[in-house]
Design a protein around this ligand. Structure first.
Ligand SMILES: Nc1ncnc2c1ncn2[C@@H]1O[C@H](COP(=O)(O)OP(=O)(O)OP(=O)(O)O)[C@@H](O)[C@H]1O
Ligand SMILES: [Mg+2]
Length: 342
């Protein structure tokens, strides 16, 4: 494989498009490009991507994008150890057991992974991550990238990009193994990735997020969706009224996330030490405190650009800092440069 020095992580979300360019310099990643724009409608993706790419001087056309939502299936399996080739054909043969779609309509990927000493594995067994995505979703994304003159290098899944961002940006020298719950609250969905020692042990996508919160505000305060969105993001003197209006929707979201936590804790017999929030939805006033209370463990928003150096010559650092919570997935996608540059 050709070595690559620069790569753009392009996160096309439901409500916004984010791009983070990462370059490899002196053996470490540097952020060399950034762009963000709200996405007015699904039809506006190509023009919005073009606008985002004009925000700073990007140095490449090569992008990593991601998929998410109900067209993507992620399964953790226990299989007999075998070669990568044999594994692929075994999975293809059995895929209809795990995937609720016609196998002909999906693109499949699988890899064995180190389960970090977890689970009752026999010596001849391994854990395998299986990912399937509807072919039509990938085809549509490829069509859009071609239309705007970008070259796809890889397609990842939002929830795994979240884990990669954490691995890239957060270094925890010599601490005891901590189980961290990464929770990215987007507009239409919430991604949950439970990681320990840089291994993702459990992921789940919950089909609710910031839009459900806006709808709760609209119905409780008898506002149009657009008015509710404005009030939600800029409550001013109405903060208390807003907090009251969003409470049931926040409780619903928290209950779903907690189900995942409980499942994990029972299944893996270990506790979750901390919860790190990202995504535009994590900006909701008081959310850290409310979720912290519901989850009963430290809950904070985190900075997915972490300690990464930023090339201030080509990046509007102030604009980037304003978008920190939204950037987790884009950073994780661009972080693939760590593999490709070596
Ligand atoms: N200040 C704020 N307070 C509350 N919510 C906010 C705020 N700013 C943005 N949001 C919400 O964040 C959501 C958008 O977040 P983000 O850009 O991460 O989503 P997305 O990546 O486009 O969506 P998805 O990941 O679901 O496809 C919207 O629902 C928006 O209302
Ligand atoms: Mg998103």
């Amino acid at each position: 494989m050709r070595r690559r020095k620069t790569l753009i992580g392009l996160d096309i979300g439901t409500r916004s498009v984010k791009a983070v360019e990462m370059s490899w310099a002196s053996g470490a990643p540097v952020i060399t490009g950034f762009g963000y724009a709200p996405l007015p409608s699904p039809q506006a993706v190509p023009e919005t991507v073009l606008r985002v790419l004009q925000e700073s001087s990007f140095h490449t056309r090569e992008v990593v994008t991601s998929v998410s939502g109900k067209s993507v299936i992620v399964r953790y399996l226990t299989m007999l150890k075998m070669s990568r080739e044999d594994l692929k054909s075994a999975i293809k043969f059995e895929a209809d057991k795990y995937i609720p779609f016609d196998v002909e309509d999906v693109i499949l990927d699988c890899h064995p992974f180190d389960s970090d000493g977890i689970g009752d594995l026999a010596d001849n067994e391994t854990r395998v991550l299986l990912v399937a995505c509807k072919r039509a979703v990938i085809d549509e994304q490829m069509r859009i990238l071609a239309e705007v003159g970008l070259q796809p290098v890889a397609v990842d899944v939002d929830v795994f990009a979240l884990g990669n961002a954490f691995e890239t940006a957060v270094r925890r020298p010599g601490s005891a193994p901590t189980v961290t719950a990464l929770v990215d609250i987007g507009a239409s969905k919430t991604s949950v990735n439970l990681v320990r020692n840089n291994t993702s042990l459990f992921t789940r996508e919950i089909h609710t997020g910031g839009e459900a919160i806006t709808q709760a505000v609209a119905s409780r305060l008898a506002l149009h969706d657009s008015e509710a969105e404005v009030l939600k993001c800029n409550p001013g003197g109405e903060a208390e009224r807003l907090r009251h209006a969003v409470a049931p929707a926040v409780d619903d979201l928290a209950a779903e996330v907690r189900l995942s936590f409980e499942y994990f804790e029972n299944q893996f017999e270990m506790g979750i030490d901390e919860v790190l929030l990202s995504g535009g939805g994590s900006r909701l006033g008081g959310l850290e405190d409310d979720l912290g209370r519901i989850f009963g463990r430290p809950t904070l928003t985190w900075d997915p650009t972490g300690d990464l150096p930023i090339a201030s010559g080509s990046v509007n650092v102030e604009a980037l800092h304003e978008r920190i919570p939204e950037l987790a997935v884009a950073v994780g996608l661009a972080a693939r440069i760590r593999k490709d540059a070596r």
